[in-house]
Design a protein around this ligand. Structure first.
Ligand SMILES: C[S@@+](CC[C@H](N)C(=O)[O-])C[C@H]1O[C@@H](n2cnc3c(N)ncnc32)[C@H](O)[C@@H]1O
Ligand SMILES: [Zn+2]
Length: 391
């Protein structure tokens, strides 16, 4: 391959333990949270795995190579045997930059080939990766199956998608094409987008006879980010995590059902014939986060940004095991009052025997198993007013 010289190196950029050149290609400083999480997961894998061979880590769409470099500097030391790191970006103009930036890592390999080709080659060579970071533009759908095929059992996939329109119900034909699922607008739209993506990942993993365990799921509304573990086998009843989520567009009631035990929907709280269920799915109904892992990440020595620490705290406080989430603004509108203070609402729900958490995915939302009338009653009690149940 013809190697271009690094013409204008530009200023150095520092993040974590890395100091590198950004070049003139795509780079977002505010994706630091996602990079921190990727490094934390690499560190966790390195510090908890006992193996006879070096761990294999693949930064598939590396940009300037910052993730691979940070893995090497901040996470690799947790293993006695240094992991082998492959850093790839299809843009050939990035090659000199990658080579330059990755110099501090003795064991790193840089490549400049399309992700599809790299994954295909790995499959042909029987190569397996323990960690793959797939930081794509748009929807990474077509790369999911080839990536899972070269992910080792119990390996970790870190995945990004910038397709927010189709999984949030704003491009319904797009959701059918990309997810094989119905997607309807919902106040907890970021969460539904993450659940659509997880539903797709689960089906792709199950096709291989593997199980899926979400480790962390979050979004800023622009990029939808997941980290999952590909389990060697499915957990008992894992298929019940795939299902449908319904919301009445009139009264706001929510229901969900696993596909495995699908029945008729029960009536909502509208007057007869006025309810309209908008149904999304199949999507993931199981937990969004692995809470004990997040606790371990919070104790890690990896130098992460304070915003990342806050993100971890938020996610760790909300396992995301229930898909019923309400915006307090919607509850306020239905109660005809100001929004109830979120933590007070959560505390009141728990006192009444319901499960409740502030959503870790979207601010100002409550996750609870309380049904809508009880939820509105508790909101109204907090505001000292009577509830307004109905359309
Ligand atoms: C979102 S950027 C990566 C940013 C980087 N991970 C970071 O944290 O700064 C996506 C990168 O993927 C590369 N890319 C796009 N399509 C690709 C493909 N099919 N195979 C490999 N790389 C690709 C682009 O050149 C771009 O640098
Ligand atoms: Zn209704």
């Amino acid at each position: 391959m013809a190697v271009k010289a690094l013409v204008d190196p530009g200023p150095h950029y520092r993040e974590g333990a890395a100091e590198l050149l950004l070049g003139d290609g795509f780079f977002r400083r505010d994706s630091r949270l996602a990079r921190d999480c990727s490094v934390l997961l690499a560190w966790h894998q390195a510090s908890t795995t006992t193996c006879k061979y070096p761990l294999q880590w693949l930064d598939l769409m590396a940009g300037c190579g910052i993730r691979g470099l940070r893995w090497g500097l901040e996470a690799a030391g947790a293993q006695s045997m240094p992991p082998e790191i492959v850093v790839n970006d299809a843009d050939g103009d990035r090659w000199p930059l990658l080579e330059h930036n990755l110099k501090p890592l003795a064991g790193a390999t840089c490549s400049s080939i399309p992700a599809e080709t790299l994954l295909c080659q790995a499959q042909l060579e029987g190569r397996r990766f323990d960690l793959i970071d797939l930081d794509a533009f748009g929807h990474p759908g077509a790369l999911i199956q080839p990536a899972l095929q070269v992910l080792a059992p119990d390996g970790i996939l870190v995945l990004a998608s910038t397709d927010g329109r189709s999984p949030t119900g704003h491009d319904r034909p797009g959701a059918i094409r990309s997810f094989g699922a119905a997607a309807r607008a919902h106040p907890a739209s970021w969460e539904l987008a993450l659940r659509q993506q997880l539903g797709l990942l689960a089906r792709q993993a199950w096709l291989l006879g593997r199980g899926l365990q979400p480790l962390m799921s979050f979004s800023d509304g622009r990029t939808f980010r997941l980290a999952v573990r590909l389990k060697r086998l499915l957990q008992p009843d894992e298929e019940a995590t795939l299902g449908l989520l319904a919301r009445c567009g009139t009264c706001g009631a929510q229901q969900s059902q696993p596909l495995l035990r699908l029945r008729n929907w029960s009536v909502c709280h509208c007057p007869p014939e006025q309810g309209r269920w908008a149904i999304s799915g199949p999507l993931w109904l199981g937990p969004l986060q692995q809470v004990d892992l997040l606790e371990e990440l919070m104790a890690s020595p990896v130098p992460v940004a304070s915003a990342t620490r806050r993100l971890l705290q938020r996610l760790q406080a909300d396992p995301g095991g229930l898909g019923h989430v309400w915006a307090t603004a919607e509850l306020a509108r239905r109660c005809g009052s100001g929004p109830p203070p979120l933590q007070q609402l959560v505390d009141a729900l728990c006192t009444q025997g319901y499960q409740a958490w502030p959503s870790g995915v979207m601010a100002g939302q409550v996750r609870t198993d309380a049904d809508l009338p009880e939820l509105l009653q508790i909101c109204s009690n907090l505001r000292g007013e009577g509830p307004l149940i109905g359309p």
